[in-house]
Write a protein that binds this ligand. Sequence first.
Ligand code: IPM
Ligand code: MG
Length: 361
Amino acid sequence: MSKTILILPGDGIGPEIIAEAVKVLECLRDDFGLAIEMQQALVGGCAYDATGSPLPEETLNQAKAADAVLLGAVGGAKWEPLPIAVRPEKGLLGLRAGLGLFANLRPAILYPQLAAASTLKPDVVAGLDLMIIRELTGGIYFGQPRGVETLDSGERRGFNTLVYSESEIERICRVAFDIAMKRNKRVCSVDKANVLEATELWREVATQVGQDYPEVELSHMYVDNAAMQLVRAPKQFDVMVTTNMFGDILSDCAAMLTGSIGMLPSAALNESGQGMYEPIHGSAPDIAGKGVANPLATILSVAMMLRYSLAAPEQAERIEKAVEKVLDQGLRSADLASPGATTVGTAAMGDAVVAALREAR
Ligand code: IPM
Ligand code: MG
């Protein structure tokens, strides 16, 4: 039976990079027997412009009915004056909450072909392969109460709430330990247990879950130290698991270790393995419409989708091999331009991946 993929191009460079990922999916469908059906819908600023909502009900319903969602990016300067409740980002957060996508997998891998792209010394990052597991539907992003209130004095006060229940912590920690079992069997749980009670509980629950995984070595780290360790000696980490906001911050930091945020995919999964896949980078309004964005993070997000939601790991491997091949050929998008390499645009990069897939037939 064929699987349904909902495609959400979004804003900025979203439509450009998604077009290349769709080429790859079409190639797998037409040449490699992948049974899929694709639908498209609106999310983010373009959805707000068309319907007044960054997440139209129809889009959410289509997403719920799909086996997986592929998202480009949302947001841009045009919508910055809008109140938070209808900002493009709200579309993304609404999808995460609406689909219950609590587990965010953000790998940071340094491709040997791109070793020179990092701002860190090559020996610090060579061979880097770490996985950040970010809790995605709880914590301060969603905690109540929240808002801005006016005090009797007339001064305004803004507030948000960091809240985690034991079950929320437990399920994300299980994801981290399960993934560590398939990797190098080390989990570092990141918190601020010396200051925040919610993360004191986090540490306690992480420790309890760890008892079910005697083969996995569990360590704990305060988030400030973790940020420092990520740039000091990132290869000490295998799997990191952390809260929604700490994960947001640390994953940007980890992405830049590889020098190429344009290369990194991500997955957001719910209890039933349904997932939303997107590149880690954003909508990059400064280069939107120019045809120069790097589509590889989105194409690699398709690989994660095939592996985690569509039970097609052999198709995922095809994509990953094809991406390595185009890197070996010396093709680079503008973000990774380097002397001796050939700089190509978004569409040419997508075409090269498709050609590499076909050649491997
Ligand atoms: C991310 C982004 C989002 C987040 C924004 C766009 C809402 O930064 O996916 O990391 O903060 O989660
Ligand atoms: Mg972020």
